[in-house]
Design a protein around this ligand. Sequence first.
Ligand code: ZN
Ligand code: ZN
Length: 316
Amino acid sequence: MNIFMRTYILFFVLAGIFFGCSSFPLGFLTKSIRTLGGPIDSVRNKITEPVLPDVPLSVLWIGHATCLIQIHDRVFITDPLLTKTAGMLSQRIVEPGIDPALLTRVDAVLISHLHFDHLSYGSLDMLPKNGVLLLPLGGLEYVPNFSFADICEMKSYSSYTVRGATVTAVPANHFSGRYGFDALWMGSTGFTGYIIEYRGMTVYFAGDTKYDPEMFKEIGKKFKIDVALLPIAPVEPSSIMRRVHMDPAQAVQAMDDLHARVMIPIHYRTLRQGSDSSATFAQDLLKKIIKEKKIENRVYILTIGERKVFEEGFKK
Ligand SMILES: [Zn+2]
Ligand SMILES: [Zn+2]
């Protein structure tokens, strides 16, 4: 058993302790291992032009928390996960929504935290290095020597300006570390959300976070958010997941707390998560809520590989 396997198993054992001695983490690990090597769904009609000549704002969902965001001539990618597995033990259900070889420039790569499904070394390898790699506070020592134009740790409400676009770190309410034991000394560092502002457009990427109304209201007061990228899974077991993640109902409430114009759900459908009964469990719940609340014009559920383009008139 190599060092990575040992570390991973240690992670789940410690997660069991952290989450109140639940048998859930070990059960999840067993299930993940069993599915390794199984089929991965392909993405039909993959976009061959991931970056458009010019567009006011677009979001292309690559899968999980990975979005390619374009605001006019600037390009950003969030938590790139482009490999077959997250951390070698959790295999994708659906392949990535784009071929990363088609990307020639990414102005900023935004890493929300250090968990295997958000900081993927193999995925960073696949990206162009002509932009900045932004990390949460404490993240720098987890990043081997990648040759990005710049690498920067971001503390809450610090900003980084890249080619005229401003990226600001904002609070998240999740948990830290990468290997389990390191969460013990990282404390409240090691995870963040981000706000991207460029030419009058504002996009919020929440990373992983639990539902925290005060935090969302505070972010909503500081920024006029056009598009919020909000995680909606894993949902079950809710007694555990609610401590660190949002379910679809909470994500919709967060959109309102933030006063965001619209939201795009992320962090579902791509990997097996929690004890959710199917890959579309969270998505199905969200669809019901959208119908009940009649908010079809505010929540855009994308398929993996789909791009939503927001035209100039969207802000009126
Ligand atoms: Zn996480
Ligand atoms: Zn995650």
